[in-house]
Design a protein around this ligand. Structure first.
Ligand code: SF4
Length: 379
């Protein structure tokens, strides 16, 4: 059985103002203990991780590249000892411009990493500063070249639209700069103001000036038109890749395939059960160091929920839902179960069915959340 492995590094140099990802800033004193706990958790899962063919590894965060070289090298050694990484596996590391000094990239290459996903977000210094990013646009561009020169076969760049001080013209210029870099993959996410972030506090105080809806939609439309016209196929709502450079690890999430997550706040999906590790970094370290379980929740989605999740995750992708794959997995006919939902959404121009499956239309990609909610049992 093939399996994805996700490794969470919950540290950042500084928190971006929009970010609600599980990461903490300024906790350098925890790096060594966290790395040791992570390696202990990986070793503890060694039976599973060596019985399956781990064909994707993804080190995400946070900012994995804030860890010092010796921690990155230790994670690499631990993977070699405990994990059966399949030949030709995709091995991604998330990185931020401004955190790649020294021989970190060489340590990651030695650990087996072949793909870097660079968090860039924008190519405009005013926009980057307003979002609390730690780097400039020039440093971001330079980082892509540095990663390529270090021998990584695949480079991806993350962009955002709808940020404070961002304009459609500025976003368009950012798309052009991204596409001109040595990258095979570009993600473009819309800003969501998440509860508990500095942006949410600024919004509540009426001090967060965001682009208006029309400009935000114009930026969304630009990414959807510009990137495919420049060779980046849209294979998921927010993800674009040159042919063959799609992120295989993330495809596992959308295809409802199994993965194991290690580290604070990491999630797993294995044999139909979803589990989550404790999010608090100190508690994670303490639990694992004491030989305890990092997992704090387990849930086996009811069949109706699992079918709905399968449907809306598949719909995020260009391949959509395959009726045959759905029937093979759940023993049910997709259209018998969801015929009324499909008819309604098709009538609204949001989905299109053919004999084999169901996909989002261009309009459906724009209003994906309306579509996805329709499949939930209480949708
Ligand atoms: S670098 Fe990424 S994970 Fe860290 S605070 Fe910024 S957006 Fe969040």
């Amino acid at each position: 059985m093939n399996l994805g492995l996700y490794i969470h590094i919950p540290f950042c140099r500084r928190k971006c103002l929009y970010c609600d990802f599980p990461s903490v800033a300024g906790a350098e004193e925890l790096y060594a203990a966290y790395t040791a706990a992570l390696c202990r958790e990986i070793a503890g899962k060694g039976g599973l991780l060596s019985a399956c063919a781990v064909d994707t590894v993804y080190i995400g965060g946070g900012t994995p590249t804030v860890l010092p070289t010796e921690c990155l090298a230790a994670i690499g050694r631990c993977l070699r000892q405990s994990v059966a990484v399949a030949p030709g596996a995709e091995f991604t590391v998330e990185a931020n411009p401004g955190t790649l000094a020294g021989d970190k990239l060489a340590a990651l290459r030695a650990a087996g990493a072949s793909r870097v996903s660079l968090g860039v977000q924008a190519f405009d210094d005013k926009v980057l500063a307003a979002a609390g990013r730690i780097h400039t646009a020039a440093e971001a561009a330079e980082a892509a070249w540095t990663v390529r020169a270090a021998g990584f076969a695949r480079v991806s760049v993350d962009l955002m639209y709808g940020l404070p001080r961002q304009t459609p013209a500025g976003f368009r210029a950012g798309l052009e700069r991204a596409a001109a870099l040595p990258v095979e993959h570009i993600s473009a996410y819309g800003l969501k103001v998440e509860e508990g972030t500095p942006f949410a506090a600024l919004a509540a105080a009426g001090r967060l000036a965001l682009p208006d809806e029309e400009d935000e939609e114009a930026m969304y439309d630009m990414a959807a038109a510009f990137l495919p016209a420049h060779g980046f196929r849209r294979y998921e709502i927010s993800n674009y890749a040159r042919p063959g450079a799609e992120c295989r690890h993330n495809m596992k999430y959308w295809r409802y395939e199994p993965y194991v997550g290690v580290g604070a706040a990491a999630h797993s999906f294995w044999q139909g059960e979803r589990t989550a590790n404790v999010a608090d970094v100190r508690e994670y370290i303490a639990r694992v160091a004491a030989g305890g379980e990092a997992t704090i929740s387990r849930e086996r989605p009811a069949p109706a929920v699992a079918m709905a999740e399968y449907a809306f995750l598949a719909l995020r992708t260009a391949e959509g839902v395959s009726f045959a794959a759905f029937a093979a997995r759940f023993g049910e006919d997709f259209l018998r179960r969801y015929g009324a939902v499909v008819d309604r959404l098709a009538g609204q121009g949001l989905v299109a069915a053919d004999g084999d499956g169901l996909r989002l239309t261009a309009q459906g990609q724009k209003y994906g959340n309306v579509v996805f909610a329709s499949f939930l049992p209480d949708g």
